[in-house]
Design a protein around this ligand. Structure first.
Ligand SMILES: [Zn+2]
Length: 390
């Protein structure tokens, strides 16, 4: 669904706000674990319950409510504003966002910036940080799945060789885990942690203020958390294994599936070469997995550009003490499509989440307090007013 709100000044490049209204399923058998049924849209005790409350119907609803509210006030944009709402984001967005982008390309539309789902306003998500952190994601990690294949001679398990294909594969996996992709506090990762560190305790503040001296200590510290590790580098996650089809048959091949999320500094070829070097062995082969999406990270948008400051300023007008930082999106979004026609792309939901609420994201008891939803409407109103220019 694509809506255009025509601006009065054709010399201004349009902006696009987007969200998606499809959702992931509820895992069969877990319906009973929900406090309220996942698809009933129950509002109880000041909370909206249901699948999509966070991802991403809340953004769609809040953007439309915000548009209606400023329309009612008589707002007329100078800059053209697009709203685009996809129905297939969770399965790649090819027909929804992909189709919209094809149409806009045909019409020769080029966007100043776009705003899609992304990070939330984080409350208590990082140890020892008091204020709300608003990471406005300026990049999206890439996605790659590789198979590591170890070969053996096969035969009966009663007369095995010293090492079967399974043993060779196990060694390859431990070598791979022992050689993570290089990472560090450069570019957007460094900018993000620099800004956050000003709100950390004294030791961290000193360390970040003197990165020339403490950089490797800080990187080690951040590496020890799964969040920090994901922000600093391309991650490596062995996820699936297969070997022989029967307990008493030696495997001819054993296969491990490994999923990578690419940091903007790494290319697909670079990761494949790194893995080949790490697991190097005459009986081991590395290949890309069939039927898996893949691709490098997105380009990195400019966090000193006007679009970024419009979003940040709007957040701070509603939550004055929040800390605005550029971030990297770990998951995928429809912006892989919209980014093709936008000078800059941002990914952020102006909704407060706590670690407790976050478990509902693609999980059980997805929910959002009404108060946070209403504040999201207020923030989108500011974004539209500032971007549209009245
Ligand atoms: Zn989503």
């Amino acid at each position: 669904m694509l809506l255009r709100w025509q601006g009065s000044d054709a010399s201004l490049k349009p902006v696009l706000l987007t969200g998606h209204y499809d959702v992931v399923p509820v895992i069969p058998g877990t319906e009973e674990d929900w406090t309220h049924p996942p698809f009933d849209g129950v509002v109880a005790d000041g909370i909206v319950w249901g699948r999509g409350a966070l991802d991403d119907k809340s953004a769609v609803v809040a953007q439309l409510e915000a548009a209606a509210a400023i329309l009612a006030k008589g707002f007329k944009p100078r800059r053209t504003i697009y709203f685009s709402f996809g129905h297939d984001e969770e399965v790649g967005g090819r027909r929804g966002a992909g189709g919209v982008v094809e149409l806009l390309k045909l019409q020769g539309v080029s966007l100043d910036w776009s705003l899609d789902e992304g990070s939330f306003l984080m409350d208590g998500m990082m140890d020892g940080i008091e204020p709300l952190i608003a990471p406005i994601n300026v990049a999206e990690k890439g996605y790659l799945t590789l198979e590591i294949v170890a070969r053996g001679d096969g035969g009966h398990s009663s007369m095995p060789p010293a090492q079967t294909a399974v043993g060779v594969l196990a060694e390859a996996i431990s070598k791979l885990e022992a050689s993570p992709l290089p990472g560090g506090l450069d570019g957007v990762s460094g900018e993000m942690f620099d800004a956050i560190s000003r709100h950390m305790d004294f030791t961290y503040r000193i360390a970040f203020a003197n990165r020339w001296l403490f950089n490797s200590v800080l990187e080690d510290q951040l590496d020890n958390t799964t969040f920090g590790n994901a922000m600093l580098r391309t991650t490596t996650a062995p996820t699936m294994l297969s070997g022989s089809i029967k307990a008493n048959v030696l495997p001819i091949e054993a296969i491990a599936t490994v999923n990578f999320r690419l940091h903007p500094r790494d290319s697909v070829e670079g990761v494949i070469n790194h893995v080949k070097r790490a697991v190097s062995h005459d009986k081991v082969e590395v290949r890309t997995a069939n039927n898996e999406p893949g691709g490098g990270a997105s380009k990195v948008s400019d966090w000193t550009s006007p679009g970024f400051s419009v979003i940040g300023r709007s957040v701070r007008e509603i939550y004055p003490s929040s800390v605005i930082v550029p971030g990297i999106m770990i998951a995928a979004s429809d912006t892989r499509h919209y980014g093709q026609i936008a000078d800059n792309s941002f990914r952020f939901n102006p909704i407060i989440v706590t670690p407790e609420v976050m478990t509902g994201f693609h999980g059980t008891d997805e929910r959002i307090p009404v108060e946070h939803l209403v504040n999201a409407v207020r923030i989108y109103m500011r974004i539209l007013e500032h971007a549209g220019g009245g």
